[in-house]
Ligand binder design. Structure first.
Ligand code: 5AD
Ligand code: FES
Length: 364
C-alpha cells in the first residue's frame, strides 16, 4: 500500500492522511527516502542558512501558547538598537550566511515600522559585496501589519516574509488566540504579502490540543491553495508561564508522538508541494537534541542558526527548552556546520537560497 501511494503523482486527501499515520521504522524510512528524492528532483539538496536575529520581545499580542505574550510579566522586555541589529547582520554576511531573518514580537506603531524600514535599508547598503551584489537576503517575521507598511518593508529591500497561520482551521485558530486576533485578518495579510511581491512563508504548530490528522491534512492543502513559497512548522511545546502550563504532564507523555508527527508533516509537505523551501524548525531541537538534523533528513532544506546577541537570547523564549541559549553566534555557526554536514548534505554558503517555487512562478 505505502509503495503504491508514494509512487502516485496526485495524492488525495486520504493519501495524505495515510502518510501522516505511518508508524513503523520501515515505513518512516520509505517516507524519508521519497521526500529526499523529491527535494533533489524539484529543488536542490543544498541546505540554506538564515541567521535568525530575534531583535525584540516586546509584543502587543497575547497568543495563549506563547512565552512572550504580553500578559507574561516575568519576561524582561528588550529591543536591540539599530546598530546592534545592523552589526549582527554584517556578521552574518561576513560569515557567508547569504540571508537573515529579522524576527520580533508584534508591534505596529509608527516608531517600530520606521525603525524596520531604516534597518532594512541600512543592512542592504552595508552588505553589498562582490559575493552578494544585492546584499543579504532579508526575511521579516514581525507579524500582522497593514498593506501600506508591508509595502514599505518590501520597497526598503526585504523580499521574504514569514507569517504562520498556526492552523488552517478557523475554529482551532480561535482556540489558540484571544478575540483580538482573527483568522481572516491573518489570511488577508498572507494575500497582501503575495500581492506586493514577497516570497511568502507560513506554517502551523503541530500537536496542540484538539488538532486532528484531518486538520493537518487541511493545513497542507491550505499551503497549496495559497501558493505558499516557504514553510516553517514545528511541534507545539508548552511554555510554563502561559495558560497551557497545566498541560505540561500530558504533553511530556505525548512528546515522542508529536515529534514524529512534526517530522512526518515535513516529509508529506515536501512530497506534496515539491519545490518549496521548508525550514527545520528550532522547536524540533527543543524536543530532542538532534531534532533539526532529523528535520533535514525528512525533507527540510533551510536551517536558521540563532545569531541573536547572547545577552538577550534567554529573553526570547516562546516555549520551554529553547536550545543554544548561551552560545556565541560564532560557536553556533561551527556547531551548525557540523550538524548539517553530519546528515550528508552541503551548505549553500553565500546564497540567498530563494524558494524554487517562487522563482519558477515569477519568470519574466
Ligand atoms: N510551541 C511551539 N511553537 C510556538 N511558537 C510560539 N509559541 C510556541 C509554542 N509554545 C511558534 C509560532 C509562531 C512562531 C514564531 O513560533 O508558530 O508563529
Ligand atoms: Fe547553536 Fe549548536 S546549533 S550551538
Amino acid at each position: 500500500m505505502i509503495d503504491k501511494i508514494l509512487d502516485k503523482d496526485n495524492l488525495t486527501k486520504e493519501d495524505l492522511k495515510f502518510l501522516l499515520s505511518l508508524e513503523t521504522p520501515e515505513e518512516l524510512e520509505k517516507l524519508k527516502k521519497k521526500a529526499f528524492q523529491i527535494l533533489k528532483e524539484f529543488s536542490s539538496e543544498k541546505v540554506y542558512l538564515r541567521g535568525l536575529i530575534e531583535f525584540s520581545n516586546i509584543c502587543i499580542n497575547d497568543c495563549y501558547y506563547c512565552g512572550i505574550r504580553k500578559s507574561n510579566h516575568n519576561v524582561h522586555r528588550y529591543t536591540l538598537n539599530k546598530e546592534e541589529i545592523v552589526d549582527s547582520a554584517i556578521w552574518a554576511a561576513e560569515n557567508k550566511y547569504g540571508s537573515i531573518v529579522l524576527q520580533s514580537g508584534e508591534r505596529s506603531d509608527s516608531k517600530f515600522v520606521d525603525l524596520i524600514v531604516d534597518i532594512v535599508q541600512e543592512i542592504k547598503e552595508k552588505t553589498k559585496s562582490e559575493i552578494l551584489p544585492n546584499g543579504l537576503g532579508i526575511t521579516l517575521s514581525i507579524g500582522e501589519q497593514s498593506y501600506e507598511d508591508y509595502k514599505r518593508f518590501f520597497d526598503a529591500g526585504a523580499h521574504r516574509y514569514l507569517l504562520r497561520i498556526e492552523s488552517s482551521s478557523k475554529e482551532l485558530y480561535g482556540e489558540l488566540h484571544p478575540n483580538s486576533l482573527n483568522w481572516e485578518n491573518r489570511n488577508q495579510c498572507l494575500k497582501n504579502l503575495k500581492k506586493i511581491g514577497f516570497q511568502v512563508g507560513t506554517g502551523v504548530m503541530i500537536g496542540f490540543p484538539n488538532q486532528t490528522l484531518d486538520d493537518l491534512v487541511n493545513d497542507i492543502l491550505f499551503f497549496k491553495e495559497m501558493d505558499i513559497d516557504m514553510i516553517g512548522m514545528g511541534p507545539f511545546l508548552i511554555h510554563n508561564e502561559t495558560p497551557y502550563a497545566d498541560m505540561e504532564e500530558i504533553y511530556s507523555k505525548r512528546k515522542e508522538e508529536i515529534y514524529k508527527l512534526a517530522l512526518k508533516m515535513i516529509a508529506v509537505t515536501r512530497i506534496y508541494l515539491k519545490d518549496v523551501n521548508i525550514a527545520a524548525a528550532t522547536a524540533l531541537q527543543a524536543m530532542y537534541p538532534l531534532g533539526r538534523e532529523a528535520g533535514l533528513t525528512y525533507g527540510a532544506n533551510v536551517f536558521m542558526p540563532n545569531i541573536t546577541p547572547a545577552a538577550v537570547r534567554g529573553e526570547y523564549q516562546l516555549y520551554n527548552g529553547k536550545p543554544c541559549l548561551d552560545e556565541l553566534a560564532s560557536d553556533c555557526l561551527d556547531c551548525v556546520v557540523r550538524r548539517i554536514e553530519s546528515t550528508g548534505r552541503t551548505i549553500g554558503f553565500d546564497f540567498w537560497g530563494d524558494s524554487k517555487h517562487f522563482k519558477d512562478n515569477n519568470l519574466d
